[in-house]
Design a protein around this ligand. Structure first.
Ligand code: SAM
Length: 314
């Protein structure tokens, strides 16, 4: 299996263009916070011969596949098995010059039916990106109370029928454990009012919510972005690709905080120490071109944001 045939890196040229001023510097350090199958990472290593890669992923399969793919780059490559908020530890005191977070699940994870990410295929309800630790989706579905299930479906899935689906799961559980994705899809389908059955797949948002809960995705992201910003050298750049409005709103807020002046309200002038340490490289978000979205369906929902460090912290 060649990873190049499974996954086409999203907005690749734009990412390289945004990272170029930082990664063209000799000895630059590039952190790929979501290495996946190493598509973006390989392109960075090829385009910027003076750059070294620190590649992070919590999925050991991804690290193995990317490791084989990038083997010819020798000691320019260092891969670390970690949740991406471990970026500072992974860097061990080195500053990062370019960082990319390409959020969400990989094509590899979606395509491997047995991992339970896809509602279209019946499989054990697992959904852990790191299969070496943590609770599974079956644990969440089997042990969380009704209120907690409703809360995660509402918050992480923005699901309007959250209460109804939580109730249906509790009812079904009393008849026997829900351990497979097909069983859960069935429960959700039956709980969906007939009038709404054609309004998108009823399991889509619930599966998204379970995945976010199982992997603690938003908690990790909330810690990862400030850590990534802290690690950047002056002139260093961070690019984030998100695929859900929930994640994108998060990035928007964290970038807005980082680029804001810290001058107290009412001060008639801004002291140098109050000036922002970062500037936005992209106004709002950028989307993939129509041509890319048509060619690569994964690119359709993407939103890109990018930021640069313009001065040192005090
Ligand atoms: C969309 S894929 C990245 C694809 C990659 N850019 C490429 O071109 O091959 C996202 C990857 O991030 C990893 N990931 C997601 N959340 C993570 C987290 N909190 N910590 C570490 N890795 C994470 C997933 O395991 C997955 O391999």
């Amino acid at each position: 299996m060649d990873p190049r045939d499974i996954h086409t890196p999203v907005m690749l040229e734009r990412c390289l263009e945004l990272l170029a001023p930082a990664l063209e510097r000799e000895g630059a350090t590039y952190v790929d916070g979501t290495l996946g199958m190493g598509g973006h990472a390989e392109a960075v290593l090829a385009r910027f011969p003076g750059a070294r890669l620190v590649g992070l992923d919590r999925d050991t399969d991804a690290l193995r596949i990317a490791g084989e793919r990038l083997a010819s780059y020798g000691d320019r490559v260092r891969l670390v098995h970690t949740v991406y908020d471990g970026i500072l530890e992974a860097l061990g005191g080195t500053r990062a010059d370019g960082i990319l977070y390409d959020l969400g699940v990989s094509s590899l994870q979606l395509d491997e039916a047995e991992r339970g990410f896809a509602y279209a295929q019946d499989a054990p309800l697992d959904m852990r990106m790191d299969q070496t630790s943590g609770i599974t989706a079956a644990d969440v579905v089997g042990t969380y109370g009704e209120g907690d299930l409703r809360r995660i479906f509402e918050r992480y899935g923005e699901e309007k029928l959250a209460g109804r689906y939580a109730r249906a799961i509790i009812d079904e559980r009393s008849r026997g454990a829900i351990t497979r994705s097909g069983h859960l899809v069935d429960v959700l389908q039956k709980a969906t009012p007939a009038a709404l059955r054609n309004a998108g797949h009823p399991a889509k948002r619930v599966f998204q919510a379970l995945r976010i809960e199982v992997n603690g995705e938003l908690t990790a992201l909330e810690r990862a972005i400030p850590a990534a910003l802290e690690s950047l050298s002056v002139g260093g750049r961070l690019v984030v690709l998100s695929y859900q409005s929930l994640e994108d709103r998060f990035i928007k807020r964290l970038f807005a905080e980082a680029t804001r002046s810290t001058a107290p309200a009412g001060l008639p002038f801004e002291l140098p120490e109050h000036q922002p340490k970062f500037r936005l490289l992209v106004k709002g978000t950028e989307l993939a071109s129509e041509e890319e979205a048509a060619r690569n369906p994964r690119a359709k929902p993407v939103r890109l944001r990018a930021i640069e460090r313009i001065r040192e912290s005090a």
